[in-house]
Write a protein of this length. Structure first.
Length: 326
């Protein structure tokens, strides 16, 4: 709970998954047109007014400094020519209202958008050393460093949604679900997922090494941790995920791996990884080898698709095979 409160207190520094993707409005024609042009970004639209304060460059001229409530955000300034079409950068992650625009522009041909997991999504602004001009800010910086290592350095996602009768239940701010309540779960498959990585490699001299691994857990292995009737609790899931991480996913088959060193939109073809329906669940682990306090990053995986025309998709995949994690 302390870590959760700390994260919420550092809204200006670290955003968790829900905060990065809390707006689910349908993309407007204006936003779609903007993202279709690499030289134009959402930061030039009216969403910039939602910063709740003044914005401008810092004294070094390298960062865009935005007052977000009582917090100062520092976004690396990069050339428009270095920005990649379809990638969600920090400004959009924090402020854009029409987040579904990325689902549309990154949708593979022959697929349709569906709801899916968004567990890799996260974003963190930088807090450069020159911005620390008081003891209070130094404390914030130290806390932020700890939170970034805990919440951003390693992200773990499940490919298939495990929905239950409370999946769409809303809780009050101070209310939490019963983590020991056992409920029947239904697995909802998706065929393809896109992930946007804004790594700001053109801004920093060096960036942390990022590796994405995809693992498959067979039905028999799943049943070592979970009951066959799929009735389990939140804490049961947490215990399984902890055990898998501690064993470095040795109980699973490694299906794909890729080192990501450039910003871009990458794809995972779950229909290919699990073409024989051998696996009950697939796990995606995105891990940085380090997470410096002055490093800014944005990851968006809120882009899930099912194949609707296999021929069109196969042709599109062949033409974009360099974008797949294999």
């Amino acid at each position: 709970m302390k870590k959760l409160l700390l994260t919420m207190a550092l809204l200006g520094a670290v955003f968790t998954v829900s905060a990065c993707s809390e707006n689910k409005d349908v993309a407007s024609d204006e936003s779609s047109e903007l993202l279709a042009k690499p030289e134009v970004t959402q930061s030039a639209t009216k969403e910039s007014e939602s910063a709740n304060g003044d914005s401008g460059t810092d004294e070094t001229g390298k960062y865009e400094k935005i007052q977000y409530g009582i917090y100062e955000l520092y976004f690396p300034i990069i050339k428009e020519s270095d920005k990649i079409r379809g990638v969600e950068y920090l400004y959009d992650a924090y402020f854009a209202e029409n987040v579904n625009v990325h689902k549309s522009i990154n949708r593979p041909e022959g697929t349709s958008s569906v709801e899916g997991n968004t567990q890799l999504s996260c974003c963190a602004a930088a807090l450069p050393e020159f911005a620390v001009d008081s003891e209070e800010k130094q404390i914030t910086r130290d806390e932020m460093a700890e939170s970034k290592n805990e919440l951003i350095k390693t992200r773990v996602a499940r490919a298939y949604r495990e929905s239950d009768e409370e999946t769409n239940v809303s809780y009050e701010r101070d209310e939490e679900p019963d983590r020991n309540k056992k409920m029947k779960h239904e697995f909802k498959h998706v065929d393809v997922q896109a992930v946007s990585f804004a790594l700001y490699e053109s801004f920093y001299e060096t960036i942390p090494n990022l590796t994405v691994n995809v693992y498959g857990m067979s039905y028999s292995t799943w049943n070592k941790y979970m009951p066959e009737d799929d009735v389990y609790s939140i804490n049961d899931t947490k215990a399984m995920m902890t055990a898998l991480a501690e064993n470095n996913y040795s109980d699973c088959d490694k299906l794909a791996s890729r080192k990501i060193d450039k910003s871009g939109v990458y794809y995972m073809d779950y229909s290919e990884y699990n073409k024989d329906n051998r696996y009950k669940q697939l796990f995606i682990v995105a891990e940085f080898d380090e997470m410096p306090i002055d490093y800014a990053v944005a990851i968006n995986d809120d882009m899930n698709y099912n194949i609707s025309n296999s021929q069109d998709y196969a042709k599109w995949k062949e033409n974009n095979k360099d974008k797949f994690i294999e």
